[in-house]
Write a protein that binds this ligand. Structure first.
Ligand code: NAG
Ligand code: NAG
Length: 314
């Protein structure tokens, strides 16, 4: 009943900052209408505070800030004051972000889930997170980021994904994050990362990439060139990043463009076929033209003496 009312509220699009007033109005309305029935009145007045109660394990610092840190929670509490903007839930054992979190708490601006037990982000979790500015998911156990997972969180400015287990970041994982200024991907399990994922971040100012088992192969070459061009954005500098070549760890500043020169000019199969084909074509053309030349010379050779003979006859 309570959840249904919350949902009704969201769907009727009450002006968000004033959502509590709106809620009061909604719950009070039947009271005024049916106040003749004392039982119903009692129900209404009992229900009234529910949406504004602080969960017992958390501290509601002020009207918009809820602190549930260090409580050993296995999941986020069921209900918060509806107009929560800053939710601190670091250092718990939370295993998932409820798929409807942002449906109920669409005013969330700041969500801290650092040091929990998240293993995956469900598609659509952030679909109504259009106010979210700060998201800390560091020190969790995330393994992959799917395409467009944050695409509705278009106001995000800081996204912390450091100290997870990420090995697979889709090239469209950061699609739509045009305001994002800080991205932390340090201390994960990344061997490679598509440059397209980073190029989507047009406002990026700071990035952390160190502490990943990067492999210095030709796949990494593009990222190397990107890092080289954007070295001013690397919070810890290029010097902290290492990549592995033949089981040997190399610091990026020991490498240069020349290290990857083979990759720049590496040929695809089509390039290779085109080169072979044009080689063959040129050779055939050369054979024909020399044959033609030889015939011409031979002809001249044959014709010239007869001319001389004519001269001699004269
Ligand atoms: C993570 O949280 C646990 C308590 O759940 C705490 O003991 C530990 O120090 C925290 N680790 C970090 C890196 O914050
Ligand atoms: C993370 O997940 C892996 C397996 O997916 C598991 O072995 C590891 O213990 C987990 N780590 C934490 C900190 O939960």
């Amino acid at each position: 009943m309570y959840q249904a009312l919350l949902l009704l509220l969201r769907l009727t699009q009450c002006p968000s900052p004033r959502v509590d007033i709106c809620f009061r109005f909604f719950t009070m309305l039947p009271c005024f209408l049916f106040c003749i029935s004392p039982l119903f009145c009692l129900c209404c007045f009992l229900m009234l505070p529910l949406g504004f109660l602080c969960p017992s394990v958390c501290v509601c610092v002020d009207h918009h800030t809820i602190d549930c840190r260090d409580q050993g929670l296995p999941s986020l509490p069921n209900s918060f004051p509806l107009d929560v903007r800053k939710l601190l839930a670091a250092n718990n054992h939370i295993q998932s972000i409820p798929a409807d979190l942002f449906l109920y708490y669409g005013d969330l601006v700041y969500l801290d889930l650092r040091n929990n037990s998240l293993t995956a982000l469900e598609e659509g979790t952030f679909s109504t997170s259009s106010r979210l500015v700060f998201l800390d998911l560091s020190y969790n156990n995330l393994t992959q980021l799917d395409a467009g997972i944050f695409k509705s969180a278009e106001k995000l400015i800081k996204l912390n994904l450091g100290n997870n287990n990420l090995s697979d970041v889709h090239e469209a994982a950061f699609a739509n994050l045009e305001l994002l200024q800080v991205l932390e991907l340090n201390d994960n399990n990344l061997q490679s990362l598509s440059v397209a994922a980073l190029e989507a971040l047009t406002s990026l100012r700071t990035i952390r990439l160190e502490g990943n088992p990067w492999t210095c192969d030709c796949d990494f070459a593009n990222l190397f060139f990107w890092i080289d061009e954007n070295s001013n954005k690397l919070q810890k500098g290029v010097g902290e990043i290492q990549c592995t070549l033949d089981e040997r760890k190399i610091f990026l500043h020991e490498l240069s463009d020349i290290s990857f020169s083979e990759c720049k000019f590496s040929l695809s199969l089509t390039d290779f076929l085109i080169i072979i084909f044009s080689g063959v074509a040129v050779s055939i053309a050369a054979i024909f033209s020399s044959f033609f030349l030889a015939t011409t010379v031979h002809c001249f050779h044959r014709c010239a003496p007869s001319k001389e003979e004519d001269d001699e006859d004269e």
